[in-house]
Design a binder for this molecule. Structure first.
Ligand code: GLP
Length: 242
């Protein structure tokens, strides 16, 4: 695990974008990105957007697979991860919407939707570079503490801390969904490279547990210690407990 500590969140975004762009270029025009929602990767996406606009990065034939989606939000809800990925990834990075996939949290058969999602990732040749944030409780995707380290895409119940953390996007905490579909830790571990970004003091405990704690279901992100090609890019506040 390579850990890069940057002096500002902006610098962290740029360093992370450079790493993702490098892997994408090595993978070729049909590269497969794994993409995350949340505030953490926004500076990274801005760095990629700048490269697309300058013409040094072309994602028009690339694909993307999102990590997770809420269950039960109406189609087109601005808080759905499908809408978020469209706004932060597909449009600014000039990707083909047909190549950008998000688990279907509105499917009638959610179990089948999870199996289909795993099959689609496989059919695309697997993820070349997975972009990750980390929850304050150490979750990656929506793999909450106690998630199986070998898990695949499945239905999960969100824990209260995550619902509280994400309530800022909703009118009230009662509107935050209670369930989600998420790629499993085993799915995430299949990516050929991982770039995890975290900023701010609120992530310091999670980053320390991820990088230096025991590999444990209590910090799902700690499984990344077992991955061969992980870059963790943090600002000084998020690195303060390392
Ligand atoms: C959400 C997402 C994660 C994300 C995390 C951190 O619950 N499912 O993929 O990494 O929370 O969010 P943020 O980056 O806004 O702190």
């Amino acid at each position: 695990m390579e850990i890069v500590i940057c002096s500002t969140p902006e610098e962290a975004g740029e360093v992370a974008a450079a790493r993702v762009a490098q892997v994408v270029k090595e993978a070729g025009p049909r590269a497969v990105l794994g993409v995350a929602t949340g505030s953490s990767p926004l500076a990274l996406y801005e760095g990629l957007t700048r490269r697309v606009e300058e013409g040094t990065l072309d994602l028009s034939e690339a694909s993307a697979f999102a990590l997770d989606e809420y269950v039960g939000l109406p189609a087109g809800d601005p808080n759905s991860y499908a809408a978020t990925i469209d706004k932060t990834v597909t449009v600014p990075l000039k990707m083909n919407p047909a190549n950008v996939h998000v688990p279907d949290g509105a499917a009638e058969d959610l179990k089948q939707a999870c199996e289909d999602y795993e099959a689609a990732i496989k059919a695309a040749g697997g993820v070349d570079v997975q972009i990750l944030g980390i929850g304050s409780n150490g979750h990656i995707g929506f793999n909450e503490p106690s998630s199986s380290l070998a898990s695949r895409t499945r239905i999960k119940t969100l824990n209260e801390r995550t619902r509280e953390d994400n309530a800022r996007y909703f009118a009230s905490i009662d509107d935050v969904p209670r369930h989600c579909l998420t790629q499993g830790l085993g799915t995430i571990m299949d990516a050929r490279a991982v770039v995890l970004v975290a900023q701010g003091e609120g992530k310091a405990d999670a980053v320390a547990a991820l990088a230096e704690g025991p590999v444990s279901t209590m910090c799902p992100g700690s499984i990344l210690q077992m991955h061969r090609t992980v870059t963790v890019v943090v600002d000084e506040a998020a690195a303060s407990k390392l």
